[in-house]
Every structure is written in structure tokens, then in C-alpha cells.
Design a protein around this ligand. Structure first.
Ligand SMILES: O=C(O)CCC(=O)C(=O)O
Ligand SMILES: [Fe+2]
Length: 426
């Protein structure tokens, strides 16, 4: 990040005065298409899309050199079943049944990738139909699997998405990641949803074609049914029933995007979407959080806790550890609770504090480790300080037993605030 972009971004957040960034401006009727890598910088992406939280599509020129686009695809542009089976056949992959609804998602099973490819071939031979249903390989952590020796053989992380705290955090813990492969025949689809923790996501079609239906943040409110639940399928004719969907008249049409082979879609934070594979498609998708949507993640976690508290409210007075139990339930439902969120902030903060302290002493050694340099670290620290300031005064966070935390949250906040002051003129 350069100095000018940092100034621009810091001014942007000051202007929000603590409000959560949402893409609040007028809703665009279409999505910007970015043609050439040469004339589109990281700064352009931050200013034009990341900060205003707006979707965009990058042309296939951005992924031209990716190994997976050569190795995984036949000369006809179809998935290279033989190559994939030989290379990754032993991996056990999660597979969803698109034809069966389970709440607002699909039931998943696990099977060897080899079996999934065999199913896929049969599905095509059967005229895109099978007694086994319409199966979609989703959320496969291919990079986490020992089968991949060199990620660079598969893809090169575009600089636009390189400030990625979720994967930076999980890579430190070495237990998980948010890097996925999706693969499925024409007709497979993902039900209406917003992404985990209100993260951003990017998605590249290695082969095939997708249709995306996008709803800017807040528009999902008009899609709630009479019980307040969001739909499973926004194209269902059920939504025309105004007794069932009383707010549906306030609904605007979604923004539709067709993503061609090699193209890269940026999904902003909190935008609900529904996605269809229009062809036999393989995609690589990552979820990520950074300084630009950290406040959205924190806002989401507070909402999640409130929902848990509401759900188990009747036991509040009779259960001595009620607040603690709410955190335990939240961890199992949301995948993270307030304690772990603090740990996340701590790990990300400490790396940047170190780099900036070295930078202030004129030693730029470690700043290369963070890729985007000192100005990015300085921007990050500002965002972390803002969010941590809100965390430490949150009454539910104050009920968390932080006695073993090191540093103590107030101490970390102080370090962040001192550093923000020290790097103001950097
Ligand atoms: O490609 C799909 O089926 C879903 C992708 C998605 O929801 C995402 O990348 O956020
Ligand atoms: Fe998604």
C-alpha cells in the first residue's frame, strides 16, 4: 500500500464515524468489469472496490498464468477428469446434494475424489441426470491436503487479495484455512447466503461458467418470510406469496453476473448471493477478512451472540454460567466466539506491531514478510485499534474470563493506540 492510499483509506473510516461499512451508497445496476492487469493496481482495487464494498469481475487475463488453468482443463475447456483423478483421486472430499434441502443448505457427505469424478462422468453420460441426485463438490480444502506440494502449481494469489488475515491467522495455528475448491456439473448451485463471518470472497473459474445473483447488504431484509427467515432459493415462486413473504414488494431485482472461464469475481462483505454452475465448472474460492471488513466481522459476531442469547434466554436466571454457555454455543454454531476473536486480533496485531517498531527504527527487514509493506501495516493497526476499542467495552466481552490472556486486552489496545500515534507521520 502506498502513502496516498493509506491516507485515502484512513479518511474514509474517519468519515464513517464508527458506522459499519456496508456499500451504503446507491446500488449499482451492474458490476464493473476490469479488463487489463497492467493498468489496475492494488490501490485502484482498495479505493474502487474494497473500501466502498462493491463487487467487480476481473477478466481472464488476470489468471492466464495459473497452473490449474492449464493442468486441470482439457483443450476443449472441460475438466480433465483423468488428470484430476490421477493427481487427487485419494483425497476425501465434501459433497452436497443440491436436490435436497436441509434448513437453508444441502446435506453433505464425504467420498473419495475418485468416486466423485466417476459420478460426474456418469451424470454427463446420463444426460445430466442421475438416480443419485445432483451432487456438488463444495468447500474442499485442497491446499490443506498433503496432496499439494506446491501451491504455485495451482494458482498465484492476486495482490488485490493478499491482505488476508483469516488465512494468515489459521496458517499460524496450522489447523484450518479458508481456501476452497468447488467442482460440479452444469445444474449444481449454491443456495442464497452471505459468506462466513461476513468475509470477502474471491472466486475464479478454472473451467466452466457461473451465474451469480447479488443482493447488496440490507436488501435481504425484504426477502425475509413471515417468521423472519431468509429464503433458501430466491428464484422460488413461493416468494410471490405476500402472506408468506410480507416485505417482498420492497425487494429490488438482484444484480446478475455471468462469470466466464478464467474470470475472477470479487464478492464484497455482507452481500447475499446465490450461484449457479451453467457448465461443468471447477472454481477456486477464498474467504478473507482484513482491515476493510474487520468491523463487519465484529458486528456480525455481536449479532450471532445476541441470537444465541435470545435462543437460550429462558435459562438465563436459573443457570449460573449462562454467559459462558452462550459463548460455548456460539463457538459451535458460528465457528468462533469472543475469546477466539480476541486471539485473532492479537495474532494479527502483534505481527504488525513488530514490523512497525522495526520500521520506525529504520530497519525494514521484516516488513517484506507482510508483503504489502509498512503503510499497509500502519493502516491495519488503525483498523485493529478501532475494533479492539469496541471489543473491550462490550459488556459480553467483559464477562469473558480474560485472566490468562497475554497481553491483557487493554494492554494490547494501548500498544495499538501508541503505535497509531507513532506512525501518523510515517
Ligand atoms: O460457486 C459457488 O457455488 C458458491 C461460491 C460462493 O458462494 C462464494 O465464493 O462466496
Ligand atoms: Fe458465498
Amino acid at each position: 500500500m502506498d502513502r496516498e492510499t493509506r491516507t485515502f483509506a484512513e479518511r474514509y473510516y474517519r468519515g464513517l464515524r464508527g458506522r459499519v461499512p456496508s456499500g451504503g451508497g446507491p446500488t449499482p445496476s451492474s458490476v464493473t468489469f476490469i479488463q487489463t492487469p497492467d493498468t489496475f493496481s492494488y490501490a485502484d482495487f482498495v479505493k474502487g472496490f474494497l473500501l466502498p464494498n462493491l463487487p467487480c469481475v476481473f477478466s481472464s487475463a488476470f489468471t492466464e498464468a495459473w497452473g490449474s488453468r492449464r493442468r486441470w482443463v482439457t483443450s476443449e475447456g472441460k475438466p480433465d477428469f483423468e488428470y484430476l483423478q490421477q493427481k487427487y483421486g485419494d483425497a476425501v472430499v465434501p459433497v452436497a446434494n443440491c436436490g435436497v434441502r436441509e434448513y437453508n443448505s444441502n446435506p453433505k457427505e464425504h467420498m473419495p475424489f475418485r468416486d466423485y469424478i466417476n459420478y460426474w462422468k456418469e451424470y454427463i453420460q446420463g444426460g445430466y441426470s442421475s438416480l443419485r441426485g445432483c451432487l456438488y463438490l463444495k468447500d474442499w480444502h485442497l491446499c490443506r491436503d498433503a496432496l499439494v506440494d506446491d501451491l504455485e502449481d495451482i494458482f498465484t494469489l492476486p495482490v488485490y487479495f493478499s491482505s488476508d488475515w483469516l488465512n494468515e491467522f489459521w496458517d499460524v495455528l496450522n489447523v484450518d484455512d479458508y481456501r476452497f475448491v468447488y467442482a460440479g456439473p452444469r445444474g449444481t448451485w449454491s443456495p442464497f447466503h452471505a459468506d462466513i463471518f461476513r468475509s470477502f470472497s474471491w472466486s475464479v473459474n478454472i473451467c466452466g461458467k457461473k451465474k451469480w445473483l447479488f443482493f447488496p447488504p440490507g436488501q435481504e431484509e425484504a426477502l425475509r418470510d413471515c417468521h423472519g427467515s431468509l429464503p433458501y432459493d430466491v428464484t422460488s415462486t413461493e416468494l410471490l406469496d405476500t402472506r408468506l413473504y410480507p416485505r417482498i414488494q420492497h425487494n429490488s431485482l438482484p444484480i446478475e453476473v455471468i462469470q466466464e472461464p478464467g474470470e475472477m469475481v470479487f464478492v464484497p462483505s455482507g452481500w447475499h448471493h446465490q450461484v449457479y454452475n451453467l457448465d461443468d465448472t471447477i472454481s477456486i474460492n477464498h474467504n478473507w477478512v482484513n482491515g476493510c471488513n474487520l468491523a463487519n466481522m465484529w458486528h456480525f459476531l455481536q449479532q450471532e451472540l445476541q441470537a444465541v442469547q435470545h435462543e437460550v434466554g429462558e435459562w438465563k436466571d436459573s443457570m449460573p454460567d449462562w454467559h459462558h454457555h452462550c459463548q460455548v454455543i456460539m463457538k459451535s454454531c458460528t465457528g468462533i466466539n469472543f475469546e477466539e476473536f480476541y486471539h485473532f486480533l492479537k495474532v494479527i496485531s502483534e505481527k504488525r506491531l513488530l514490523v512497525l517498531r522495526q520500521g520506525l527504527k529504520g530497519d525494514s527487514g521484516d516488513s517484506q514478510n507482510l508483503g504489502l509493506g509498512l503503510q499497509q501495516a500502519a493502516f491495519d493497526i488503525g483498523r485493529l485499534a478501532d475494533v479492539l476499542a469496541s471489543v473491550v467495552v462490550n459488556p459480553d466481552f467483559q464477562r469473558v474470563d480474560t485472566s490468562t490472556f497475554s497481553p491483557q486486552p487493554e494492554e494490547l489496545l494501548q500498544q495499538l493506540e501508541d503505535t497509531v500515534a507513532a506512525v501518523e507521520t510515517l
